[in-house]
Design a protein around this ligand. Structure first.
Ligand code: NI
Length: 227
């Protein structure tokens, strides 16, 4: 399921992040690419251990904690430590590739299965040319360039690319989520049901029916969740 989550970061948080990233020790993004991706990857990434990355990771994780929609859509079991990238100048694109299915937490070495890919945009679309996130979904590719502070979540098994940035720079945060519910179809069903229950409760208050349907939601989650 593809989902846009607006306003994950406040305008102040975006400004703070961009200020810090302006003076950060960027690395060639190819150092972390697999053998297929390295052939098409041409961007910059922040080293995991630097102070800026550490501060911004905790800011992003705190922001995600406030997002009930994100939680309901992802049903996260593990979130891989958020990373940061920059597309500008001659390091300006990332051609078609797939993300590796199993990744490792940099600090603990713990394995994380990448069920969902997330991009949190840090630069507003008017500030750069190009730099679209293109996701090859059926029946055709979808192109995204979201406002700063907004997040795009999409299934991690899609071929995707970032088109060349031809003016300005594009800053973003990206990370993967291992979900308690492995199946995209089951996760989507739970998300739609949860959102419908929220609307039902806000329109009609709590009722015997909403309690029964909430029970059904949790029974499905019990059946499908791996904690
Ligand atoms: Ni990717």
């Amino acid at each position: 399921m593809l989902l846009k989550v607006p306003d994950v970061l406040t305008a102040d948080e975006v400004r703070h992040a961009c200020g810090l990233l302006g003076n950060a020790p960027w690395n060639d993004g190819r150092v972390s690419a697999g053998s297929q991706a390295v052939l098409v990857k041409n961007n910059e990434q922040l080293p995991h251990a630097c102070d800026v990355a550490r501060e911004l990771r905790s800011m992003v994780m705190g922001a995600l904690d406030r997002q009930l929609t994100f939680f309901s859509a992802c049903l996260p079991k593990r979130v891989l430590a958020p990373q940061f990238n920059r597309y500008s100048g001659r390091s300006n694109h990332y051609g078609d590739h797939v993300d590796g299915a199993v990744r490792y937490q940099p600090d603990s070495g713990q394995k994380v299965r990448a069920d969902l890919s997330c991009t949190l945009f840090l630069t507003d679309p008017w500030a750069y040319e190009g730099g679209e996130l293109v996701i090859h979904d059926t029946p055709e590719a979808q192109r995204f360039k979201l406002p700063a502070g907004h997040l795009l979540m999409y299934p991690a098994n899609r071929v995707h690319q970032v088109t060349p940035v031809t003016r300005g720079e594009r800053l973003a945060c990206f990370f993967w989520v291992e979900s308690m519910v492995r199946s995209d179809a089951q996760r989507q069903l739970l998300f739609y049901m949860d959102m419908a229950l929220l609307r039902l409760r806000s329109a009609q208050g709590e009722s015997a029916e909403s309690v029964a349907l909430t029970g059904t939601y949790h029974n499905l989650l019990r059946m499908w969740a791996d904690t």
